[in-house]
Ligand binder design. Sequence first.
Ligand code: DMJ
Length: 633
Amino acid sequence: MVLPRKLPGMPGWPAALGLRLPQKFLFLLFLSGLLTLCFGALFLLPDSSRFKRLFLPRRATSSSSSSSSSSSSTRDTELPRSPPAAAEPRHASPAAPRRLREKLRARNAAPAAHTAPASRPQGPDVERPAEVGTGAPRESRAPFHFDYERFRQSLRHPVRGERPDQDPDTRARKMKIKEMMKFAWDNYKQYALGKNELRPLTKNGHIGNMFGGLRGATVVDALDTLYIMELEEEFQEAKTWVEKSFDLNVNGEASLFEVNIRYIGGLLAAYYLTGEEVFKSKALELGEKLLPAFNTPTGIPRGVINLGRQDTGMSWSWGWASAGSSILAEFGTLHLEFLHLTELSGNPVFAEKVLNIRKVLKRVEKPQGLYPNFLSPVTGNWVQHHVSIGGLGDSFYEYLIKSWLMSDKKDSEAKKMYDDALEAIEKHLVKKSAGGLTYIAEWRGGILDHKMGHLACFSGGMIALGAEHGGEERKQHYMDLAAEITNTCHESYARSDTKLGPEAFRFDAGTEAMATRLSERYYILRPEVVESYVYMWRLTHDVKYRQWGWEVVKALEKHCRVEAGFSGIRDVYTTVPTHDNMQQSFFLAETLKYLYLLFCEDDVLSLDDWVFNTEAHPLPVNHSNFKAKASVQ
Ligand code: DMJ
């Protein structure tokens, strides 16, 4: 159809058509509707970075992630560095990044206890940092300042406690564990300082391939434990190594998850405990190096990253993860550390990354309310329906409840996600054996695998921690469940010859809480069972948890202590086990720390003030009403 053209001096073509007033009105209405539709349709089209560059604020497609020089040379057309608006899945609204920023502002509307009023006069944490991504020259902004003194005042208790030990036996046990820590550290220092772990039989160091060229995993993992145990000299040795020898300019394939929980978590905790700037600056520098892993179509990070390549193609999925998927326990275990990176740097990008992960997880459909372990970072859909509260899933659930606690119970979204997930887990996965042991099975597309991994034994403590803050009836229900699961995990230790638990235990073919496969009989100094004892002790003060913890100490001394450190064992069902020649860094970060805390007063790293990341590194609760401190004490 040819439209009549408007001629000079002639009325417009609607008039020229001889339309009456109501018809004109209808026609104009139709025309304006058509225009609105065309314009709106642009927003519904598949994402186009060219379109977004035209219509959205520049920040949405260009680099907002990094203020470091390493990323400033990155061309934004090649490498979107904030939650990638240009690469969002099709069903994502283009308004999503804006909503995220609004959410961040709302989340931080109450001034954080840790933030100097002088540094953030308007209150919201992210108002000032948002400038980072606007392209304003960095020099023109006042430097962000985290007020450490103010943060320390916000704590309810001194970090190392103030109450004297009442009971000499308990104190003696505590001192024994301190001696074990010193022994583990001294041997690491003597034979492996600067390597990632100690090989205590061959008396040398192990580097491995988990940390992408980073070294000193044991140093960073041990810092806060040394500090809490008042091993002052040893703490100074570790700190000096971080100052002088910890090199972040490395190349190699690193696990995003492991670097985050061990290095970032360890450095953050060391900073919050001591106020030493070196720990903060290293944590922030390393945090920036992790950001490229989030450059995926959904913003769900891939599992492996090359810390030395900040340009292109620097992250990928694990070869073993089905169909290039990302792992729930990996991308779901960044939240606590990344919020603190934003808190300390004033840069909102870290918080944006993890809030985007939560957004994707909230949106995706959950089979029976469960979260499978494999998610595509490209489509944001599940790849395989394997659900586990042990390996591959575990710390995702842990970080939901701890996000709520760390926010001083303000992050109700996290609490709701946790409550819903736990309800689904209880409905579909929690079972009772013929012998009356409660366990959490694994789920493969609806079929149950009646197995519990050692890793899943953290869940007793987690459920207790979540129960502590529910309504009375639910609280009791979940405390009972937590106690039953912790008891089952204790049984897995008690039924072995060494009194240490296997890597996995089963409830089938007449077996209860024991490994049935040769490949599942080993113990690598893992902490999860002791971790649950600590939470159960602190929340119930039932002395059996201290007794159970002491059984572990005795078993470690008997079967894992060797001439030059502690070693894992290959078979917990033999009294003369062979050693695996590896002193894991998490033994110093977690196992020994949790054992020590089990025999401390409750105000040492009080649960009022701290949440422990999944590597047992304490991160502070963001007390926003710290002025009420006077009335609390
Ligand atoms: C630790 O690195 C962390 O606890 C992680 O969440 C799971 N595995 C080990 C310890 O077993």
